[in-house]
Design a protein around this ligand. Structure first.
Ligand SMILES: Cc1cc2nc3c(=O)[nH]c(=O)nc-3n(C[C@H](O)[C@H](O)[C@H](O)COP(=O)(O)OP(=O)(O)OC[C@H]3O[C@@H](n4cnc5c(N)ncnc54)[C@H](O)[C@@H]3O)c2cc1C
Length: 493
C-alpha cells in the first residue's frame, strides 16, 4: 500500500474537478473530487486514490514478483484454446523467439481487456451498446504546476477552443493525459502526429507549453456487459467482462472486485472445501455490480450534455465562441452554468457504488439511496463494516483471504463447536479476546447482540449474520456455509 500512495496523485492537488474554457482560462465552476475528508475515513481505511495506470501496473507487478506461486512471463500472446473435460490447452506465441508455447490448465481467466480475444473464442457475447464515441488519448509529460497555480485539479473539462477535451493531471509536475473525441470516418491514429498532439495540448492549456509527447492511443466508448461470465472453466474478469464509459472511474475498480470474488472460489474448489457449483456464484454476483456501475457511468456521460446546453454549445462540434462569450458575460447564464456543473456532483462522488455493493438477496437494498451515501451494514452480502482497532488497523484487516472468519461479540461454545466440526478453513475471533476496537464496542457498531457473530467470506463480504449465540443460530450459520459453498451432506463437495 505504501508503494501505491508514493505514486498516487497528491491528495491536495487531486481534490477538485474543474470546468474551464482552458486550463489557464476562465473557470466556469468546480466540484470536489471523491470526498477525501475525515468523514470518508470513518467509513474505510482505504479512501480512493488516483494513480496513473502504468504506475499501478508497476506496483502490481512488484507485488507479484515476490509471490512464490506466480510465474510472471512477458512477451507471450494468447492465441487460442481447446477444452476437454477439466483440461484446457492454451496456445501462446512467445514473441521473444517466435515460437508457440502450449499451456495446460484447469481454468482460463480472461483478463485480456476490452478487446481481448478469449471472450470471443469462448463464444460469449456482450450485451449493450458498442462504439458510442471515439476518443484519442494523448499521454504527455511536462511541469505545468506553475501554470495551474491555485487551480489544481485531477480533471479539467474544457469548453473553449479545445471544447470536448478532458485533461487528467496524475501529477501536475509531470504526468498528464489529454482525451479528445475524433471521428474514425475521417481520422486515424496515424493522423495524431506529435505536432498535432502538441497543438491540441497547447489549445487545451490555453498557451504554448514545453511538454514531451509520450504516446497517443485511440479507444472507443462502450457500455456493455458480457451475457455470462463463465462458460465451463473459462471465466471473464475486468474489461473482458464489462466495458463502461470512463465517466465515473469505475472500470478498474469493478475489475478488481471481480478477481477478488473469483480467486478465493477457485482456491476453495481446488483445495476441496468448495463444490464446483460455488463457481457459478461468481457471475451471479459480479454481473449485477457491473450492470449497476455501467448504468451510472452512462448516466454520468449523458449528464455532461447539460453543461454544453447551458453554454449554448453542441457536443462534438467546434466551439461557438460568440455564444460562449455572450453567456459567460451574462450573470443569469453564469448562474445557470454553475447550476448545471453542480448537477455533475454524483459523477465524482460514488462511494456507495465503490464500497456499498451487496451480493445476493439484498443486492437492491440501497437502490433508492443516493450513490454518494454509503452506510455500512451488517447484512448478508454486504462488505464487512470498517472500524478502527485498538493499536491501529481495521476490522477489515482481521479477515483471512484463505478461509472464513467468525467475528463474535463474545466467546461461545456454539461457535467453538462449529469450528471443531467444520471441513472449511474457519477462524473464530472474539471481541475482547482476539480484537478490540479503538473506541466503542464492535457488537454495537454492527448492531448485534453481545453474543452475536458475523460469518465473513474470504473477500470480506458477509455470508451469515447471527444475532445471538445458541444452537439454532450455530446450525443456521453452518447451513449457510454449506449451502453457499455447495457442500453436500457428509462434508462432500
Ligand atoms: C480514458 C480512460 C480513463 C479511465 N479512467 C479510469 C479510472 O479513473 N478509474 C478506473 O477504475 N478505471 C478507469 N478506466 C478503465 C480502466 O482503464 C480499465 O477498466 C482497466 O484498465 C481494465 O483492466 P483490465 O486488466 O481488465 O484490462 P486492461 O487494462 O486492458 O489489460 C488487459 C491486458 O491484457 C493484455 N492482452 C490482451 N490480449 C492479449 C493476448 N491475446 N495475449 C496476451 N495479452 C493480452 C493487454 O496487452 C493488456 O495488458 C479508464 C479507461 C479509459 C479508456
Amino acid at each position: 500500500m505504501d508503494n501505491i500512495h508514493a505514486k498516487a496523485t497528491r491528495s491536495d492537488e487531486g481534490a477538485f474537478v474543474r470546468f474551464m474554457t482552458s486550463v489557464t482560462g476562465d473557470e466556469l465552476g468546480s466540484i470536489p473530487y471523491e470526498r477525501q475528508d475525515k468523514a470518508v475515513r470513518a467509513l474505510t481505511p482505504w479512501p480512493l486514490i488516483n494513480i496513473a495506470q502504468p504506475d499501478f501496473e508497476v506496483v502490481a507487478e512488484d507485488a507479484l514478483e515476490g509471490a512464490s506461486h506466480v510465474e510472471l512471463r512477458r512477451q507471450l500472446e494468447w492465441l487460442g484454446y481447446a477444452e476437454s473435460g477439466d483440461v484446457i490447452i492454451s496456445r501462446l506465441r512467445d514473441h521473444a523467439n517466435g515460437e508457440d508455447v502450449m499451456v495446460r490448465s484447469r481454468y482460463l481467466i480472461a483478463a485480456d481487456g476490452a478487446g481481448g480475444a478469449i471472450r470471443d473464442a469462448a463464444g460469449i457475447a456482450l450485451e449493450g451498446m458498442a462504439d458510442i464515441a471515439h476518443n484519442v488519448m494523448i499521454h504527455f509529460e511536462g511541469d505545468l504546476r506553475g501554470l495551474v497555480g491555485d487551480r489544481p485539479a485531477i480533471l479539467y473539462f474544457i469548453f473553449g477552443e479545445a471544447i470536448g477535451s478532458v485533461l487528467i493531471a496524475y501529477d501536475l509536475g509531470k504526468t498528464w493525459v489529454l482525451m479528445h473525441p475524433y471521428d474514425p470516418a475521417t481520422t486515424t491514429l496515424a493522423d495524431f502526429t506529435d505536432d498535432v498532439c502538441a497543438r491540441m495540448i497547447s489549445t487545451a492549456i490555453g498557451q504554448n507549453v514545453d511538454i514531451t509527447i509520450k504516446g497517443a492511443r485511440t479507444w472507443s466508448m462502450c457500455a456493455q456487459v458480457a451475457s455470462t461470465y463463465r462458460t465451463k472453466n473459462v471465466f471473464l474478469v475486468g474489461d473482458a467482462a464489462h466495458r463502461f464509459p470512463p465517466t465515473g472511474g469505475l472500470g478498474l475498480n469493478t475489475g478488481i472486485g471481480d478477481i477478488q470474488n473469483l480467486a478465493w472460489k477457485i482456491a476453495a474448489v481446488e483445495h476441496g472445501w468448495g463444490g464446483k457449483g460455488l463457481l457459478d456464484s461468481y457471475g451471479d454476483e459480479r454481473q449485477h455490480v457491473a450492470r449497476s456501475n455501467m448504468g451510472q457511468s452512462v448516466g454520468n456521460a449523458l449528464k455532461i450534455a447539460l453543461v454544453y446546453q447551458a453554454l449554448g454549445q453542441e457536443m462534438r462540434q467546434p466551439v461557438n465562441r460568440d455564444e460562449l462569450d455572450k453567456r459567460l458575460a451574462d450573470p443569469a447564464h453564469r448562474n445557470a452554468i454553475a447550476a448545471c456543473i453542480a448537477m455533475q456532483a454524483e459523477h465524482f462522488d460514488s462511494l456507495r457504488l465503490q464500497l456499498g455493493y451487496v451480493y445476493g438477496d439484498h443486492r437492491d437494498i440501497d437502490a433508492g439511496t443516493p450513490i454518494n451515501v454509503y452506510v455500512p451494514k451488517a447484512i448478508v452480502g454486504a462488505c464487512l463494516p470498517h472500524a478502527v482497532l485498538a493499536g491501529g488497523g481495521s476490522t477489515l484487516d482481521l479477515i483471512d483471504a484463505g478461509g472464513f472468519t467468525i467475528l463474535a461479540g463474545a466467546a461461545s461454545g456454539h461457535w467453538e463447536k462449529l469450528l471443531e466440526r467444520s471441513t472449511v478453513p474457519l477462524r473464530l475471533l472474539v471481541e475482547g479476546r482476539d480484537f478490540q476496537l479503538a473506541s466503542g464496542k464492535w457488537s454495537q457498531t454492527v448492531t448485534l447482540g453481545a453474543d452475536g457473530a458475523l460469518l465473513v467470506r474470504p473477500d470480506r463480504h458477509l455470508l451469515h449474520v447471527a444475532r445471538d449465540a445458541n444452537a439454532d443460530e450455530a446450525a443456521a450459520m453452518e447451513a449457510a456455509l454449506k449451502d453457499y459453498l455447495k457442500i453436500l451432506a457428509g462434508g462432500k463437495v
